[in-house]
Write a protein that binds this ligand. Sequence first.
Ligand SMILES: *[C@@H]1O[C@H](CO)[C@@H](O)[C@H](O)[C@H]1NC(C)=O
Ligand SMILES: *[C@@H]1O[C@H](CO)[C@@H](O)[C@H](O)[C@H]1NC(C)=O
Ligand SMILES: *[C@@H]1O[C@H](CO)[C@@H](O)[C@H](O)[C@H]1NC(C)=O
Ligand SMILES: *[C@@H]1O[C@H](CO)[C@@H](O)[C@H](O)[C@H]1NC(C)=O
Length: 356
Amino acid sequence: MAILIVLLILLFIHIHGSGHHREARGITATKRGCDLFQGNWVIDDSYPLYNSSECPFILNEFDCIRNGRPDKNYVKYRWQPKDCNLPRFNGEDLLRRLRGKSILFVGDSLSLNQWQSLTCMLHTAVPTAKYTSVRTGGLSTFTFPSYDVKLMLSRNAFLVDIASESIGRVLKLDSIEDGKKWKGNDILIFDSWHWWLHIGRKQPWDFIQEGNQTYKDMDRLVAYEKGLKTWAKWVEDNVNPNKTRVFFQGVSPDHLNAAKWGQPKARFCEGQMVPVSGLTYPGGSHPAEIVLQKVLGGMTKHVNLLNITTLSQMRKDGHPSVYGYGGKRSMDCSHWCLPGVPDTWNLLLYAALIQN
Ligand SMILES: *[C@@H]1O[C@H](CO)[C@@H](O)[C@H](O)[C@H]1NC(C)=O
Ligand SMILES: *[C@@H]1O[C@H](CO)[C@@H](O)[C@H](O)[C@H]1NC(C)=O
Ligand SMILES: *[C@@H]1O[C@H](CO)[C@@H](O)[C@H](O)[C@H]1NC(C)=O
Ligand SMILES: *[C@@H]1O[C@H](CO)[C@@H](O)[C@H](O)[C@H]1NC(C)=O
């Protein structure tokens, strides 16, 4: 009898305990109707979410601390949505949820930035779990074998094709051959923007083609919209929403023009040590974001937008500036130091994944 009573008490504690736990999570997760993308950055002493020197595979170009960045406050900022909280990251929980799944990032080096942040966040959660990391051509594959989780990154700056033809390198706005490699994954996370702006030596194409028409150049926002529409059509035609969740990493802003945040005398993002304060960015919305919103709004299949633009616009302090690429390349105000802003992009991804 005594044993039975003890068992009943233990059972009560267990039920009560786990119920309580669930409730606590419900509150921090997502309040219905709350805009997670509107808020401000606050100092949180429990940040950063990981220590870059304990992330053995971190790329040099993101490792600002190792490259000598002297100020450290920029790793201490937590994104605080205006009307609710982001769930705290639980890497083990995420790995369990992702068991048996493959996640594919497709995009440019901002996609690399986010993929790398996520692998560091997960490795920190399970530091003794075995991992593998392999790069073959444009495809990087990171796995946690004991969780049967695969995180891949396919480098693809435009999403649509660039073909070598007799006239030269042709950016084909209505062709998306690479899509063949994207099928069959459980989670797809796309991004594309920065390369659409490149001119001169950094522009990897000689002509733009759409249908039968070949152009020497065109308005880059117009080209971006056409390329995105081709991508959207690929999603409509190829994604089975019962199997695959599709995300789009919104437009990641750079901070090359300091006049936009009211410091016309500043040299790019160099020496910036605090975020923009307040709820809005003085430079206004990003033109590419408006294009992206329009294309996503016209789709019938659901694409989850990680709307990182405004919150990243506030983080003029988050870039490597002269502390990227081992300090060797002059000024990087496009990518982000790690730990740093892309960790928050992954918190938003996590919030979306645990919501249902
Ligand atoms: C992203 O979020 C900001 C802040 O809430 C909002 O102003 C903007 O319109 C959103 N962008 C898109 C593309 O939804
Ligand atoms: C990060 O890890 C390194 C190596 O383990 C350690 O020396 C350093 O103190 C840690 N930094 C922080 C901020 O915890
Ligand atoms: C391309 O040209 C061919 C032959 O002139 C024509 O039949 C076809 O409709 C054109 N396609 C487009 C998309 O303009
Ligand atoms: C997805 O699942 C729903 C409900 O089970 C089913 O009606 C629908 O046909 C499925 N769609 C596809 C494309 O498999």
